[in-house]
Write a protein that binds this ligand. Structure first.
Ligand SMILES: Nc1nc2c(ncn2[C@@H]2O[C@H](COP(=O)(O)OP(=O)(O)OP(=O)(O)O)[C@@H](O)[C@H]2O)c(=O)[nH]1
Length: 331
C-alpha cells in the first residue's frame, strides 16, 4: 500500500468509526425502547427508553446476557437471541403472534405478554429484531426494538370477550357455541372421532322466577352455570344456549361417556340444594338430552342439535330431573 492509499484507507476507517459512533448515539437517544446484543449475546446497547420500559438501568445490563431477565421470570430466549442463534423456527414456541419480515428470514417480529419482573406489571410487547452485518456480510450484532401495545391488546381481548361471552353467566354465548360446534364438527370429521352434545334445561324455572323474582332467577342461572362448568374437561365447551338452557360440546366423546357427564351435571345441580318450592323435588333440578354423531362429509351438526333437543324433550316428558339418550328410552 503506497502512502496516498494508506491515508485514504485510514480516512475511510475513521469515517466508518465516526458513523458507527453516531449510529450508537442515535440508538441511545431513540424514544423507541431498543437494545443491541453482540455476536456473543452480550448487551452492548440498552437505551434510555428501554430503561424506562423495563425498569432496569443500562449500567446493570451492559456486558451481560441477562436481558431476558428484564422481560421474563423464567429463562427463555428473546427475539434478538432467536435471530442471533438462527433459531427462527422456534418462533411459534415462544410467541403468541409472529412473522418473518421482508425477504430475509433473519428479520423477525413478534408479540407476547411479558412478565416485566422489575416493573411488577405484565405488559404486552411487540418486538422487531434485525441482524447487523459488517462489510463482509458477517453477522456482528442484533438490534431489537420494542413497542408497549398493552392498551391495544387489552381492548382487543375485552372486545373478543364481549363478542363471545354471555353477560350474565360468563359462559360462551350462542354465537360462540355455533362457531365452536362447526369447528368441532370439522375436526371430528378429520379425526374420525365421535362428537357429543348435551342440552341442559332448568326444570320449572318459570315457577322459580315467580317465587324469587327475576333477579333471584338470574342468580340461580349463575349458580347452575358454575356447577355445569365445574364438570368440564379442558376441551369441552359449555355455552348459554338461550334463556334457561345450556349446551355442552364434548369432543371425542362416545354416547356412553356423554351419558356419564350428563348424569354428573344433573347430580351436581341437585346437590346445590337451591330451593324451588314449585318443583316436585323442592330443589332446582335440570333435565338433560344427550346425542352423539360421527361426522360425515357434506353434513352439518344441525341434526346433532335436533337429536339432543328431542332427547331433552323426552326427559321433560318423563318427569324432569333426569337424563335421556336417543334410542334407550323410546327415542
Ligand atoms: N331470571 C331469568 N329468567 C329467565 C331468563 N331467561 C329465561 N328465563 C325464564 O325462564 C322461564 C322458562 O320457562 P318455561 O319455558 O315455561 O320452562 P320451565 O318453567 O323451566 O318449565 P320446564 O322447562 O318445562 O321444566 C321463563 O319464565 C323465562 O322468563 C333469564 O335470563 N333470567
Amino acid at each position: 500500500m503506497n502512502g496516498t492509499n494508506k491515508i485514504h484507507h485510514l480516512t475511510e476507517a475513521s469515517q466508518a468509526n465516526q458513523q458507527h459512533g453516531f449510529a450508537l448515539k442515535m440508538m441511545e437517544l431513540l424514544v423507541i425502547p431498543t437494545f443491541v446484543v453482540d455476536i456473543d449475546g452480550k448487551v452492548i446497547i440498552w437505551n434510555l427508553a428501554c430503561e424506562r420500559l423495563t425498569g432496569v438501568p443500562a449500567w446493570e445490563m451492559l456486558g451481560t446476557s441477562d436481558h431476558w431477565k428484564s422481560f421474563y421470570h423464567e429463562q427463555r430466549p428473546t427475539l434478538a437471541d432467536l435471530v442471533l442463534q438462527g433459531r427462527s423456527g422456534e418462533l411459534q414456541l415462544h410467541y403468541q403472534r409472529h412473522a418473518r419480515r421482508g425477504d430475509t428470514e433473519h428479520k423477525l417480529c413478534a408479540e407476547n405478554w411479558c412478565d416485566m419482573p422489575r416493573v411488577g406489571r405484565r405488559r404486552y410487547l411487540a418486538a422487531d429484531a434485525s441482524p447487523i452485518f459488517d462489510n463482509d456480510g458477517k453477522l456482528v450484532a442484533v438490534v431489537e426494538t420494542l413497542r408497549d401495545v398493552t392498551d391495544e391488546k387489552s381492548a382487543q381481548v375485552a372486545l373478543e370477550q364481549l363478542a363471545t361471552r354471555d353477560g350474565l353467566t360468563g359462559l360462551a354465548n350462542r354465537r360462540c357455541f355455533d362457531d365452536t360446534l362447526q369447528a368441532e364438527w370439522q375436526r371430528a370429521l378429520r379425526q374420525r372421532q365421535p362428537l357429543s352434545l348435551l342440552m341442559v334445561d332448568v326444570d320449572n324455572f318459570k315457577q322459580y322466577n315467580d317465587a324469587y323474582g327475576h333477579l333471584g332467577g338470574d342468580q340461580c342461572l349463575q349458580r347452575i352455570a358454575g356447577a355445569v362448568s365445574s364438570e368440564m374437561r379442558a376441551n369441552d365447551l359449555v355455552a348459554r344456549y338461550g334463556g334457561e338452557e345450556f349446551a355442552v360440546i364434548l369432543p371425542n366423546q362416545s354416547l356412553k361417556g356423554a351419558a356419564i357427564v350428563a348424569e354428573r351435571i344433573r347430580c351436581r345441580v341437585e346437590r346445590l340444594h337451591l330451593p324451588n318450592l314449585g318443583s316436585k323435588q323442592h330443589v332446582v333440578t335440570v333435565s338433560i338430552g344427550a346425542a352423539t354423531a360421527l361426522a360425515a362429509p357434506d353434513t352439518d351438526p344441525s341434526q346433532l342439535v335436533a337429536t339432543a333437543d328431542s332427547a331433552l324433550y323426552r326427559a321433560k316428558h318423563m318427569g324432569r330431573n333426569r337424563i335421556s339418550l336417543p334410542g334407550t328410552d323410546g327415542g
